[in-house]
Design a protein. Structure first.
Length: 488
């Protein structure tokens, strides 16, 4: 079918949530033309995904918004258990560790989702990108050369399309990709399952509470026969996030209903809730797309995996999907890497998404604490198709640790940006790579977190190749579109 007035772009991103915005930022800094479209007239207004795990903080720092995240967020407060209007005890629901040279962020960071999105949108605009709001996808066609997306504002032709349009993804449904529910996740009996983690519906809302009615020093948790209710102060705002479980009945998300709920389940009066800024209801689910790719279309974020919010993994896994896919699209579109490189996206990200879904479900049910696994610092791609070799203390596929280096810089300062980094640690071996735009070369003294050796750090902060010397490095670089930087 011949279409007139077709706009063209390198990558069309459907959805301006944290995943879509992060991908837009990553592509923009690589010089890849990308268009982000969002069916809503503005950014999502609620706090829903409020927890930012340490690994995601590293990602956001690399994308250039680390200072804004520090300014507008804050550490999670310690929980306070209430019973019959009386304080009972404090408890900490998170693992907290002191920052180290290798892991500069030791604990989760709270920031409402709307703020995270505002920060990423500002960064996208700073990089020359934009979001087309009030623009919905109504259909798509793809062929060997690209994708034609039919939007409410007119057709767009793109080399690739990324669906970041949430758990009810229009793109995923148009492609006919099924979501496997909880029973069909790895380690289960293989049945599709309903995906329901908890049959009890839940309400989430952003509210303001009179200053003399409730302090902001704790994450307040009230338990009762009807289910728990929690009020968490949101750093950088005057708001609390309210989350409530309903063992009977359905949530009333109206302002009056939210006020009545607080009055019924806490020592607060309805009038103490001075404002209800946003509210929604949901049923906790766990579901995983049967595949993350269909030709030139990729699924990312909630379009690919839906989590219970209890584990604080949904937004974090989504942002890291974008971080994994962005550099690969950049290598194919800008540096001539073979399209087969894009196969590694599903191969690397789908197993991790499945693991995080299992973790979120266990935390929701009280079967596992929010420990080190929830921080996502230990995740990696050792068994992935882009991992080759080992050296010193690390294997390819491992997260590349931070640490001090010459001139007072940190290794994360060296890695920051869209380039690869060839890191020579404690060795003077000759390198077959020129320092340049796509691969930066950096030498540093031996360091315990690495040991000694050569480490090729991918743009997403994972070690792609490692060795005691440079043997095999040139062969590894070529399929990534990096052959031009070698001296071989």
């Amino acid at each position: 079918m011949e279409l007139n007035n077709v706009k063209e772009t390198g990558v069309l991103i459907v959805g301006a949530g944290p995943c879509g915005l992060a991908l837009g930022c990553d592509l923009a800094r690589r010089g890849v033309r990308a268009l982000v479209v969002e069916r809503a007239p503005a950014l999502f207004p609620g706090s829903r995904g409020k927890g930012i795990q340490p690994r995601t903080r590293e990602v956001l720092d690399d994308l250039g918004v680390g200072d804004a995240v520090r300014e507008h967020g804050g550490p999670a407060p310690v929980g306070m258990v209430w019973q019959d209007g009386e304080r009972q005890r404090e408890y900490d629901m998170f693992r907290r560790a002191a920052p180290t040279d290798a892991e500069p962020y030791g604990a989760p960071w709270l920031m409402p989702q709307w703020r995270t999105q505002e920060i990423l949108l500002a960064r996208l605009r700073e990089l020359g990108g934009e979001v087309a709001f009030s623009t919905a996808l109504t259909g798509l066609d793809q062929d060997a050369d690209g994708v034609t997306a039919h939007l409410t504002t007119g057709p767009v032709r793109a080399s690739f399309l990324v669906a970041a349009d949430g758990g009810r993804s229009t793109v995923r449904r148009a492609l006919g990709i099924a979501m496997t529910g909880e029973k069909g996740l790895p380690g289960s009996d293989g049945a599709k399952g309903s995906g329901v983690v908890d049959p009890a519906p839940m309400l989430v809302a952003d509210v303001r509470v009179a200053e003399d009615a409730l302090d902001r020093d704790n994450w307040h948790v009230m338990s009762g026969e009807q289910g728990f209710l929690a009020l968490c102060p949101l750093p950088g705002t005057a708001d609390f996030q309210l989350v409530a479980q309903f063992r009977e009945g359905e949530p009333d998300t109206s302002p009056e209903g939210v006020r009545a709920l607080v009055a019924a389940r806490t020592h607060l009066a309805a009038r103490d809730v001075t404002e209800v800024r946003w509210s929604s209801d949901f049923r906790p689910r766990a579901a995983l797309a049967d595949r993350f790719r269909d030709g030139r279309v990729f699924l990312a974020g909630d379009a690919a995996h839906v989590h219970s919010p209890a584990g604080g993994q949904g937004l974090n896994t989504s942002v890291q999907d974008a971080y994994n896919l962005g550099w690969k699209l950049g290598q194919v579109l800008r540096y001539g890497a073979p399209a087969a490189l894009l196969d590694s996206y599903e191969q690397e990200r789908r197993p991790i998404a499945a693991d995080m879904l299992g973790l979120s479900t266990r935390i929701h049910r009280g079967e596992q604490e929010r420990g080190a696994a929830a921080q996502q610092l230990g995740l990696g791609y050792r068994e992935g198709p882009l991992s080759a070799g080992r050296a010193g203390a690390l294997r390819s596929g491992d997260r590349a640790p931070d640490g001090p280096t010459a001139g007072g810089r940190r290794l994360f300062d060296v890695f920051r940006g869209p380039h690869f980094t060839l890191l020579a640690v404690g060795t003077d071996t000759e390198l077959p790579v020129s320092d340049g735009e796509t691969v930066r070369v950096h030498r540093t003294d031996a360091y315990e977190a690495y040991g000694k050796g050569l480490f090729l750090v991918r743009p997403d902060g994972y070690i792609g190749w490692a060795g005691e010397d440079a043997s095999g490095l040139a062969g590894y670089l070529a399929p990534l579109g990096l052959a031009a930087v070698t001296r071989c």
